[in-house]
Design a binder for this molecule. Structure first.
Ligand code: FAD
Length: 481
């Protein structure tokens, strides 16, 4: 008996390796039709931002080429997902639709509708886990409630049945004899027409074309330095795999098991510890998805309700200075410029710039979350929401609001020789390390020798940190009353 074709609907799983939906479709027999639908309206106000759209384009190009190598194609369409799926079902005679699950609240609701509607029309519809180690509903406290604190959550994950081994990449995909029409990727207009993306291209082009980003991002030497160096933004000490995980170009299950293989029985304890530390970060990602699933309202509202009363300051000029990296605090400015230029920022610096916005400037964390959403190529609703609520002290297991980073001493601690600042804030390149994080305190002669003209070539600090700190604590006191 000939089996009619299966549509495989690609979403945030743009790869052939460890691809449960594709794997199941091939195993079902019959032709397989890989499909991508550009349907940003389904995500409402959290539709992909400008930098992530650019990244989506690159990842789709990569997927197209992988599919071609496997004897197949990618059918690209745009429009309302259910309508497009129905058109494709009619055009190909497909009797089944498979996909890997997404966890953004709006997408969960949409997918549930699509599943019910297609099943009602007699189609075989299956969804799979292709994005997480532990799906949000599988990890529960002893009393059956979701977790709100990371450490017990991570312990529960480690005690749960293992995520299992990754599935080998699909090498040959059964072809359709007549392919449905596809629009060209360029027609989706994911790349900007005014080409502001040169820095993104320069940073990520070579990464996306690598056949194995996992091997490139994580290896024993990297793990050996992970614990000691992962907070040093000038060093290439972290994996930089976040964009690949966000779009699903890398499978988290593959990454997890590769790290297990690397550290298992490794003679160097630093590698073993580094592996543990790295896997802990992957569990933070799982925690973020757990929170997003169980508290979907947190994308727009603080998890801790008293923070809805926080007296945030509205100051468009201050927000703009922060966005453009003109605060007068070198590490903050370096981070914001790295973000603008490359679409990525080091985690330690994300925490610092976030703290500066919500504490030194007392601007609502949601303004920061929205700016990151537009500018990060790895913009991920779960990680971004958790990151900002953590910084603002209003999320689950968050850093308390009263713990306020000092942007100058953070610079001296994590960028001691100023290499990161020199890379991203070239107007300070000539300052000696002693003054690189405190240009406003440097002697006139030092500034003159370095060619720095405060207030002209580089801004004066936009706030007095000690004063701003007191104001932040006073604002916090008002919501506690
Ligand atoms: P590595 O250190 O190599 O870690 C490996 C992977 O673990 C990362 O790729 C990521 O998937 C996960 N991970 C690491 N740290 C965290 C963390 N703190 N929370 C959740 N997952 C983590 N990450 C995003 O992927 N998208 C975002 O939109 C995002 N927004 C953030 C906003 C703020 C305010 C903060 C403080 C953090 C945010 N993060 C976000 C988390 C973190 O900064 C990045 O995941 C990390 O910097 C990526 O670099 P890496 O891949 O080299 O990390």
């Amino acid at each position: 008996m000939t089996v009619s074709s299966t549509l495989v609907w690609f979403r945030l799983d743009l790869r052939l390796d460890d691809q449960p939906a594709l794997h199941a479709a091939v195993a079902r027999g019959g032709p397989v039709v890989p499909v991508y639908i550009w349907d940003p309206d389904a995500e409402g106000e959290w539709a992909p931002g400008a930098a992530n759209r650019w990244w989506t384009h690159q990842a789709l190009q990569r997927l197209e080429s992988q599919l071609r190598d496997a004897g197949s194609r990618l059918v690209v369409r745009q429009g309302e997902s259910l309508t497009v799926l129905r058109e494709l079902i009619a055009e190909t005679g497909a009797s089944a639709v498979f996909w890997n699950r997404c966890y953004q609240p709006a997408i969960i609701a949409r997918d549930a509708d699509i599943k019910a509607t297609l099943r009602d029309s007699g189609l075989e519809v299956h969804s799979f886990n292709g994005g997480l180690l532990f799906e949000p509903w599988t990890i529960r406290t002893r009393t059956g409630t979701p977790y709100r604190v990371f450490t017990p959550f991570s312990r529960a994950c480690l005690a749960a049945p293992s995520p299992g081994s990754a599935i080998a990449p699909v090498e040959r995909i059964p072809e359709l004899s007549i392919w449905p029409e596809s629009v060209a990727l360029e027609d989706l207009e994911l790349e900007p027409t005014i080409r502001w993306d040169a820095g993104l291209k320069a940073t990520w082009d070579s990464q996306i074309t690598r056949s194995n980003p996992v091997e490139n991002g994580v290896h024993p030497e990297m793990l050996a330095g992970y614990r000691t160096d992962r907070d040093r933004p000038a060093l290439p000490a972290t994996s930089r795999l976040s964009p690949f995980l966000q779009i699903g170009a890398v499978s988290v299950r593959r990454l997890w098991s590769e790290v297990n293989g690397m550290v298992h029985g490794h003679p160097d304890p630093a590698v073993r510890l580094g592996g543990e530390g790295f896997q802990r970060q992957l569990l933070w990602r799982e925690f973020a998805y757990h929170l997003l699933y169980h508290a979907p309202e947190t994308v727009n509202a603080p998890l801790r309700p008293e923070f809805a009363r926080f007296p945030w300051v509205r100051d468009a000029d201050a927000l703009c200075a922060w966005q453009q990296g003109r605060t007068g605090f070198p590490l903050v400015d370096a981070g914001m410029r790295q973000l603008w230029r490359t679409g990525w920022m080091h985690n330690r610096v994300r925490m610092l710039v976030g703290s500066f916005l919500v504490k030194d400037l007392r601007i609502n964390w949601q303004e920061g979350a929205r700016w990151f959403w537009q500018t990060l190529i790895d913009a991920d609703l779960a990680n971004n929401t958790m990151g900002w609520q953590w910084i603002a002290g209003c999320g689950a297991d968050a850093s308390p609001y009263f713990r306020i980073f000092n942007p100058t001493t953070q610079g001296e601690r994590f960028d001691p020789d100023g290499a990161y600042v020199r890379q991203w804030v070239p107007e300070l390149v000539g300052l000696p390390s002693t003054w690189i994080h405190r240009p406003s305190e440097a002697p006139e002669e030092v500034l003159a020798n370095a060619g720095v003209r405060l207030g002209i070539s580089y801004p004066l600090p936009m706030v007095d940190h000690a004063v701003a700190r007191e104001a932040a604590l006073a604002a916090l006191a008002t919501i506690k009353r």
